[in-house]
Every structure is written in structure tokens, then in C-alpha cells.
Design a protein around this ligand. Structure first.
Ligand SMILES: Nc1ncnc2c1ncn2[C@@H]1O[C@H](COP(=O)(O)OP(=O)(O)OP(=O)(O)O)[C@@H](O)[C@H]1O
Ligand SMILES: [Mg+2]
Length: 327
């Protein structure tokens, strides 16, 4: 039984760029899939293919059990997509915009009004609710657009970088709304540049690069794949690196790695805090002064870097958006 979002062998080429090079996805109903990948990996292209905005060159896709290529109109009726369908009318107030969306989806006026009020509060737009949305700052518009996508709870939702450019408070607000939606049975595909967000929200994660899925699993599975816990030590003196390395290698699962210019040594270990205490004692016995020591577990950032060879980056100009907020 394929999931609520299902894709098989999606290929999409733009000129000589293979934006999607055979992508398979299967998202079980009521779960969140986090689609991660560096800029240009193909995330938006995948979302656009799945939401009928682009036709793939080849492959198949089903959303809510409906064939995306054969029945695009039906698919459009069962999905929500932030940033695309929600056409915010500049001359209407924020509140009017949200109520209008509700009425478009045949909500009763009273219900639409209540939902609008709730979402305005959620996204901290209550104070600005009754002025025309053309007076909103960049971050406020973005929030209104997200709110508009959330007026009704469709069975399947797509969100392409929903929190890029939101300040931490509004990001938290969106996370809460998402969690409620999913608890109510909505299936969500989310792309994000914030790995912490994927860690927090996604049941499963797909890492894409150059149009291909290069890793998939839960956040914990991906972290385990990247390597378990490590002890990191920064020694005070460069002359102590060799001895420290000998000590650490003795405790580790392998040889300690050295970064000379920062005087940092890293070794994979098992044994947690107890082992850490032993390492500290042994270094002390050998007369090695340390500036810093710690036990590190891999984060999703480590996973991302080891898989794609570079850091997730947040586009500067988008991160700036929220700063324009006057409220
Ligand atoms: N309409 C288009 N015409 C030409 N090339 C395109 C078009 N849309 C996407 N591409 C190219 O396809 C590749 C994948 O782009 P896509 O927007 O899907 O990446 P992304 O993973 O969403 O990146 P980002 O993290 O920057 O949003 C890129 O090389 C991009 O330049
Ligand atoms: Mg994109």
C-alpha cells in the first residue's frame, strides 16, 4: 500500500540540468517527511512535480492515492501548499484574506471567522489584522501566506521552506500548528534548510543532492550511520598533541584524528560519560593540560555535512526578511 505521498523514478530536466534524476518517495499517511539537501539539490522541483505545478519528464506520482499526472485537478483539491495557492489580496486586511480562504473552501462564515482569528493569533498578526495586507512587512506577509495555507486542513500538505525568514518566536508558532495538523491526520512533506527543524518535526528524512536521494531514514538512523559518539579534546599546548593522541587512541574505537591549528583531537568512542571521566583522569596523570573536553553525539548537521560535503546554508537575504518587521 503506497503512502499518502508516493513517487517513483521522478526525472525532471531543465536544459542540461538534471534537477531530478530518479527520485523515489513514500510518505506514510499521517507522518512528516523532511526533504533536506543543499541549494539546487532539487527539493523545490520535487515539490512542484508532486503538486502538479510541473510535469516530470518521466516517473509516476500519487498524492492521497490520486495519480498526479492523470488527475491533476483532483490532486489540487486534496492538497495544501504554502506560498503558491494562497493568493493573498493586497487590498484586503489580513483577517479578510483568511476569512475569504475559508469561504472559498465552503466553510460557514462563523467557522471561517473563528479560524481566521485563531491563526492571526498564532502567527502574531492580531495587532495588524485589520489593516490592508499591502502595509505588511516581508515577514508579516510570509506569516499571512502560511496562515492562509492552514485555514483548512487538507489531507496532504506541502511546505517548501516554510520557516525561512521567520524569527524564532514565529518559527515556534508554526511548528505547533504543524504538529497539530499532523496529529489530526494530515500528511506533510516539508523542505527546510534548518536541520533542527527536520529533527524536531520529521518522522523520516530524505537527503537529496544533485536530484537524487542519497540517504533516507529517521533522524536517529541517519545520525547512527554518520558515526556514534566522540570525545573531543582541545589540549593547551601543541607539544602535547602526540601524547594526547596516544591516550585517546587507547580509549577510542579507532585512531584519534588531529586538527593541529586548533589543537583539537577527536576519537570515536563507546562508553559515554564514564569513559569521559577516565579519559580526563588519564590525561591528568600524563600531565596534559586541556582547554576543553566533551562528549559529542552527531547532530543532523554532522550527517548533512558528511553526506553532501557542505553545510546547510540559509540564504542571507531571506533571513533578513523578519528584521523589517515594525511590530
Ligand atoms: N525553471 C527552471 N529553469 C531552469 N532551471 C531550473 C528551473 N527550476 C530549477 N532549475 C534548476 O534545477 C536545479 C534544482 O533546483 P531546485 O529549485 O529544485 O533546488 P532546491 O533544492 O529547491 O534548492 P534551494 O535550496 O536553493 O531552494 C537547480 O540547478 C536549478 O538551477
Ligand atoms: Mg528550493
Amino acid at each position: 500500500m503506497p503512502g499518502a505521498i508516493y513517487a517513483e523514478g521522478l526525472v525532471k530536466t531543465f536544459g542540461d540540468v538534471k534537477a531530478l534524476d530518479g527520485v523515489d518517495l513514500d510518505v506514510p499517511e499521517g507522518t512528516v517527511l523532511g526533504l533536506l539537501g543543499p541549494n539546487g539539490a532539487g527539493k523545490t522541483t520535487a515539490v512542484r512535480c508532486l503538486t502538479t505545478l510541473l510535469t516530470p519528464d518521466s516517473g509516476r506520482a500519487f498524492v492521497a492515492g490520486i495519480d498526479v499526472l492523470k488527475h491533476p485537478n483532483e490532486v489540487r483539491r486534496s492538497i495544501g501548499l504554502s506560498g503558491q495557492f494562497a493568493a493573498v489580496d493586497e487590498y484586503l486586511t489580513g483577517r479578510e484574506n483568511l476569512q475569504m480562504v475559508g469561504q472559498l473552501y465552503e466553510m460557514r462564515a462563523k467557522e471561517a471567522k473563528a479560524r481566521a482569528g485563531e491563526l492571526l493569533e498564532r502567527f502574531h498578526l492580531t495587532d495588524a489584522a485589520d489593516r490592508p495586507s499591502k502595509t505588511y512587512s516581508g515577514g508579516m506577509r510570509r506569516r499571512l501566506d502560511l496562515a492562509a495555507a492552514l485555514v483548512v486542513s487538507p489531507p496532504v500538505m506541502f511546505m517548501d521552506e516554510p520557516t525561512t525568514g521567520l524569527d524564532p518566536r514565529n518559527r515556534q508558532g508554526l511548528w505547533e500548528v504543524i504538529q497539530e495538523l499532523v496529529a489530526g491526520g494530515t500528511t506533510l512533506l516539508l523542505t527546510t534548510q534548518y536541520l533542527e527543524e527536520a529533527d524536531h518535526l520529521a518522522h523520516d528524512i530524505c537527503v537529496v543532492d544533485h536530484g537524487r536521494v542519497i540517504a533516507r531514514g529517521t533522524a536517529d538512523q541517519l545520525k547512527a550511520q554518520t558515526g556514534g559518539e566522540r570525545v573531543e579534546v582541545v589540549v593547551h599546548e601543541r607539544d602535547h598533541i602526540a601524547t594526547a593522541r596516544e591516550v585517546l587512541s587507547g580509549f577510542g574505537k579507532g585512531e584519534a584524528a588531529v586538527e593541529r591549528h586548533t589543537r583539537k583531537l577527536t576519537v570515536p568512542v563507546t562508553g559515554g560519560a564514564k569513559l569521559l571521566a577516565e579519559v580526563i583522569r588519564e590525561l591528568d596523570t600524563r600531565g596534559i593540560e586541556i582547554d576543553d573536553i566533551g562528549l559529542r553525539r552527531p547532530t543532523l548537521d554532522d550527517v548533512f555535512i558528511s553526506l553532501t560535503g557542505h553545510m546547510a546554508e540559509v540564504r542571507e537575504e531571506e533571513a533578513e526578511v523578519e528584521k523589517e518587521d515594525a511590530s
